[in-house]
Write a protein that binds this ligand. Structure first.
Ligand code: FES
Length: 497
């Protein structure tokens, strides 16, 4: 998993930590976990503690994906999640989701304590930013209460603008997510597990024992957990049930006043999310479907303007972004990768609440891999059929089909690369078809084929992150075509600028 941004994340400020080795040669273990984020490392650590030999294989660096690029909130109150889950799956499912979410939050608190990562308890709130959002917040308050969460209603929030009521859940968790993920990896290796970084998986054999291959080596294992955020193997067709959204964060130092205590998020769209670290305010939002056209700096500057409008901002200190796969029926997919079961496992679809739900997924998978029943395995089964949500699924895949065909009909932006301004990209055409050309701030050109190496949609330039993003299943590539995020595993073909 990876999220390389053109910006600096607050959670990665201060430089990289000592890397784990690259996978080389051939090895054997009981379980390979692909993906060094929250879900993967939680699974790996819990499995190691049950006596299994475990290796984690991470494409870039531990926590470099969404696990280390977020608002740091670990909470069971998740925007309007209980309204959505109850309407799609019923009251019992919403209550089961709440139990899993609370277990995820408490697991993080316990493991963070064990790995020496400081946590703070704080209330989480879903609030109405406009009068029109109040009904949605009231609905969420009632749905969360029916699901068994001890929510309170409040009209008072320590936000410096008018709000219109909020559901509040006390005692949630705030931590430094990159430190936490790194702490999980440290604990895993200290307890006899292995972690490899800079080791992008290029393939997994079809039957057990599985061979997991990277460019430099391979590991054979009886069981494999795919925890790459967006599953990298096409054999489960997960890409057809997930829709990735990209979201942005800025951190600000305040001249006066303090960041709000509540871990707040507004219920409407656009949604505004507030968090903090030490004396820094964090504002998140400005989400859009991954691979959307026309993504540019405004996705950051809108957040900055919002922060300056409502807080006494001295300076913006950090910016970062990440993308998250949303599931068509709002429930994470955690369990067997294939219909009928196997020793290939998956965890995905945390709908932007991966610190809590990725941890819950880790606990679930640790049970499943060791042959123990999990109380949440049916709810989060990747192979459930959700008829009430099938229109969403149809719409998602219609959009992919439109993107696949529609972009081929769009004309080139400019006739030649001489017309591309510094730090911008344009689409050009030549005898080989369309190509994307980016001119970097020093004037050098970088050209790649626009054809995504996953299933062939045409990638689009993301001007906020200087990357080529695929609108179909959210693969991302850097300006020279290297894979930043899957499901693609091969780089874009280089082209002559
Ligand atoms: Fe599937 Fe690009 S990510 S076609």
């Amino acid at each position: 998993m990876s999220t390389t941004t053109a910006q600096e994340s607050l959670w990665w400020a201060g430089g990289a930590m000592a890397p784990y080795p690259v996978l080389e040669g051939a090895r054997r273990t009981d379980v390979v976990v692909i993906g060094g984020g929250i879900a993967g490392l939680t699974t790996a650590l819990l499995l190691r503690r049950r006596g299994l030999d475990v290796a984690v294989v991470e494409a870039v660096a531990v926590g470099s994906g969404a696990s280390g690029n977020n608002t740091a909130k670990v909470t069971a109150l998740q925007s309007t999640m209980y309204t959505a889950v109850e309407s799609k799956h019923g009251k019992a499912a919403a209550a089961a989701y709440a139990r899993a979410a609370v277990e995820g939050v408490e697991l993080v608190a316990r493991l963070a304590d064990e790995v020496g990562c400081e946590v703070e308890r704080a209330p989480a709130t879903t609030f109405a930013f406009t009068r029109g959002e109040r009904q949605a917040v009231e609905d969420e308050f009632e749905a969360a209460a029916r699901a068994g969460l001890p929510v309170e209603w409040t009209e008072e929030l320590d936000l410096p603008f008018e709000t219109f009521g909020a559901a509040r859940l006390p005692d949630q968790v705030l931590l430094h997510p990159a430190r936490y993920v790194r702490g999980l990896a440290t604990a895993l290796t200290a307890e006899g597990g292995e972690v490899f970084e800079g080791s992008r998986v290029t393939g997994v054999s079809v039957t057990s024992p599985y061979t997991v291959r990277t460019a430099g080596g391979e590991i054979t294992a009886d069981q494999v957990v795919v925890a790459t955020h967006y599953p990298l193997l096409d054999r489960g067709l997960f890409f057809a049930r997930l829709e990735a959204e990209r979201s942005y964060c800025v951190a600000a130092r305040l001249r006066s006043g303090t960041p709000p205590r509540d871990l707040a998020i507004s219920a409407g769209s656009p949604s505004w999310s507030f968090s903090r670290h030490d004396d820094l305010l964090i504002v998140g939002g400005r989400s859009h479907p991954a691979g959307e056209r026309g993504v540019d700096e405004a996705h950051y500057t809108d957040l900055e303007d919002f922060a300056r409008r409502h807080f006494d901002v001295e300076t913006i200190t950090h910016r970062w972004s990440a993308q998250d796969p949303k599931v068509y029926d709002m429930l994470p997919m955690v369990g067997s990768y294939l219909v009928g079961g196997s020793s290939l496992w998956v965890a995905t679809g945390f709908n932007k609440w991966g610190l809590a739900m990725g941890s819950a997924a880790g606990a679930l998978l640790a049970d499943r891999v060791t042959g123990t029943a999990s109380p949440h395995e049916d709810l989060f089964s990747p192979h459930r059929v959700s008829l009430r949500s099938s229109p969403t699924l149809v719409r998602q895949n219609a959009k992919v089909a439109a993107d696949l065909i529609g972009d081929r009909l769009v004309a080139a932006d400019v006739p030649d690369s001489g017309e591309i301004p510094l730090d911008e990209a344009r689409v050009l055409s030549d005898g080989l078809g369309k190509k994307g050309v980016y001119r970097d701030p020093a004037g050098a050109l970088h050209a790649v084929s626009l054809r995504c190496t996953h299933l062939g949609c045409l990638v689009r330039f993301n001007g906020a992150e200087r990357s080529w993003d695929c609108p179909c299943h959210a693969s991302r590539f850097d300006v020279d075509g290297a894979v930043l995020e899957g499901p693609a595993i091969k780089p874009l073909t280089p082209r002559d600028p």
